[in-house]
Structures are given as C-alpha cells and as structure tokens.
Ligand binder design. Structure first.
Ligand code: NAD
Ligand code: ZN
Length: 358
C-alpha cells in the first residue's frame, strides 16, 4: 500500500481495535479495517455523494438525511429497514461514513441490529475523528434531550481518512479544532504549543503541512484514547473530557443552535478558565492563553451578549443537583490538570458567564 499512515491501538473492556490516521485510506478500507464479509455503508446526504464511491464492494449504501435533527430513533428505524432489505445478517459489518451524527447513529444500529453486529467508523469531520469515533459511546437524541438513548458499542476499527477534509466546510473544521484545543489543555502541552505556533494548517498542496495535520489529529485522538482506556464507562476521569461543555451546551441551547458545538465549547472553555480563576483554582493568565489559542484556530472566545446568563444557567446540569447547591463543573488548575468540582455556587457561574460576554 502506498499511503502513509499512523496506527493507534485502543484497548477496551471486551477487546481492542486500531485507529488508523492517514490520507487516501478509504480505497483500502477493507484491508485496513480487516473486513472480509458482507458490509453496508451508512452515510449522510452530504458525505455520501462526495466520498461513498471510494469504498468498493458494499452490499448497499444507506444514505440518511444530514444534520443533528435527524439523529433520531425514526432514522434508526429506516436504517434497520434498509439493512433487512439488503439481506445483511449477523455476520455482516456496518461502515459509518460521515461525521459524529452518522457515527453515533450507525454505532447504535450496530449495537442493536440482530442483537449486535460489527461496525467500523470512517469519521469525515475533525470532530468525529478526534472525539466521537473513539470511546464506544453511541446513540440518538430524543425530544427530551441530546444523546438520551444509546449504548456502549466499540468499533472493530476506526479509519480516519484525512483526504475527506478537502470537502469539509471550513467552519466545521474550526468547530472540530475546539476539541483538539480541549485535548491539548487536558493532557498534551506540546499539542497546545503547536496550535499556538500555528503550524498545523491544512494545505492540500504541501505534504509536510498535511503530515503535521496527520500527527496533530493522531495526538488529539491519543488524549481521548488514554482517557477512555482508563475510564471506559465514565466513573471518574472521563468526565474531564467535558471541559467547556457545561457552558458550551447551555450556549448552544440558548442560541437556538445558531452557535455550533465547537464554538460553544470554545466559549465554554474560556468561561471554565474564568470560573477556575474566580475560585482561585488557577492563574488568571490561563484564560488569556486559552483565548489566544482559540483565536489562532479561528474560534470565538466571547459569549454573544444577547444570550441571557440566567437562561443559560437554567440549562446547566440537572435541576435536582442545582437545587441541592451541587452544580458540578470541570475546572482546570493548569494545562494537563483538569478536575471535577462539585458545589459550585450559582453566583460564581453567573459571574463567569458575564465576565466572558461580548
Ligand atoms: N460518541 C461520542 O463520544 C461523541 C463525542 C462527541 C460528539 N458526538 C456527537 O457527534 C455529533 C457531531 O459530530 P459532527 O460535528 O461531526 O457533526 P455532523 O455529523 O453533523 O457533521 C457536520 C456536517 O458536516 C457534513 N460533513 C461531514 N463530513 C464531511 C466532509 N468530509 N465533507 C463535507 N461535508 C461533511 C455533515 O453532513 C454535516 O452536515 C453530535 O451528534 C455529537 O453528539 C459524539
Ligand atoms: Zn464536544
């Protein structure tokens, strides 16, 4: 095989698999992912027309409508129907080709179709490469909230083909960078420094820069890999992967989802650093460092002023915990040292939001 790629083994409670990161991997998918039986590709209406043709030999290609609003049980049901129609049996394999929406939904189908069949992740967004495709969480949204129905289901391989970025909208790429920054903050100072120096940029004509992107993606995946290996079912340290996410989800919700996930997480990490400094858990300079690196990768650092702080607070955590004065947050002492803090007072949360508003 001509392509140059990096392999990252992941172990989990019931086995192990490889994450493979490189260019032009999809044409060699069967070999790389060791698929030797019938398989069906599940993709969405954006990714399918652009990339599904690179995978040869599928029994069928199931195309679902793109977008988070379609990450539902209704869509899952249509996938089951098409798998039955294609004649896929329990020896078959599902290949998820797309972003986190396709990955989460296909994983859930793989966990439940005929009580479970193999599945391979082919993430095509930066976010799904460095975050969603590794760790075994799968599922769908409900009207009651995001990701409320799901299962732990490990893939048999993750094939991250960087060439798919050539069609990824720049704002989606930037959104994924929020999780890369997060992983640098959580556990890899060197990764953070590379983002600060700006030598990561995607440049289709320059192999060396693409190589930087490959190692950047691999390093970011490695942080998630190490965390989920240590705590596969989120009893402890895995919760720190939610750095910036309590604020971020609330920002997304109150904005009516006009703020993207990565943008919300970016603003949320700034707010989390502000809250950490406010509670004397970190040096106030850390917030500025985070702001700079986020600006470098094209992400916002201020919560829009028209979003109401009280309303955001309303969407954070469960009401029961808040009533008991036990609001939990992921805070940060320094790069490489995030932790979960219970009992954060409402006034401090509101003050942190206001401090980082436009
Ligand atoms: N399972 C987990 O651990 C985990 C972790 C983080 C996020 N998630 C989930 O991931 C989802 C978000 O993932 P996402 O950001 O990848 O969103 P997404 O799957 O909606 O993809 C974003 C958009 O980009 C399009 N797209 C994807 N790849 C493309 C490509 N190469 N070229 C052109 N267009 C492309 C998609 O069609 C979509 O419109 C959420 O549902 C979130 O809950 C899951
Ligand atoms: Zn996230």
């Amino acid at each position: 095989m001509k392509t140059h790629y990096q392999t990252l083994p992941v172990t989990h409670p019931t086995g192990e698999y490889n994450v493979i990161v490189g260019e032009d991997l999809l044409p060699n998918l069967l070999e790389l992912a060791r698929i030797n039986g019938p398989f069906v590709v599940v993709t969405d209406t954006n990714v399918g027309p652009l990339h599904a043709h690179k995978i040869e030999g599928a029994l069928a290609v199931v195309t679902v409508p793109a977008g988070e609003e379609n990450k539902t049980l209704e869509t899952v049901r249509t996938i089951y129907d098409q798998l039955f129609a294609a004649g896929l049996d329990r020896k078959g394999t599902l290949v998820a080709l797309g972003g986190g929406v396709v990955g989460d939904m296909t994983g859930f189908v793989a966990a439940s179709y005929m009580r479970g069949i193999d599945f391979v992740q082919c993430p095509t967004t930066l976010l799904s490469m460095v975050d969603a495709s590794v760790g075994g969480k799968t599922g769908v949204d409900m009207p009651q909230g995001k990701n409320l129905i799901g299962a732990f289901k490990q893939p048999t391989a993750v094939i991250a083909d960087l060439s798919t970025f050539q069609t990824l909208p720049p704002e989606e790429f930037a959104s994924g960078m929020a999780e890369v920054v997060k992983h640098g903050l959580l556990a890899n100072e060197e990764l953070l420094q590379r983002l600060e120096s700006g030598n990561w940029k995607l440049h289709p004509d320059n192999q060396s820069l693409i190589f930087n992107l490959q190692s950047l993606v691999t390093d970011a995946i490695q942080v998630k890999r190490d965390v989920v290996q240590e705590d596969p079912f989120e009893h402890g340290i895995r919760a720190t992967l939610n750095l910036g996410h309590t604020f971020g989800h609330a920002i997304e919700q109150v904005s009516g989802y006009t703020v993207r996930h990565g943008e919300g997480v970016a603003m949320g990490m700034v707010a989390a650093a502000n809250l950490s400094a406010r509670l004397e858990e970190c040096d106030p300079a850390l917030q500025l460092r985070i702001e700079k690196v986020l600006e470098n990768v094209g992400l916002p650092t201020r919560i829009p002023s028209h979003l109401d702080a009280e309303e955001m607070y309303h969407y954070m955590g469960s009401d029961k915990k808040k009533a008991a004065g036990m609001m939990r947050f992921v805070l940060i002492h320094d790069v490489g040292d995030a932790f979960v803090q219970g009992n954060v007072a409402k006034e401090d949360v509101l003050a942190a939001i206001t401090a980082v508003q436009e």
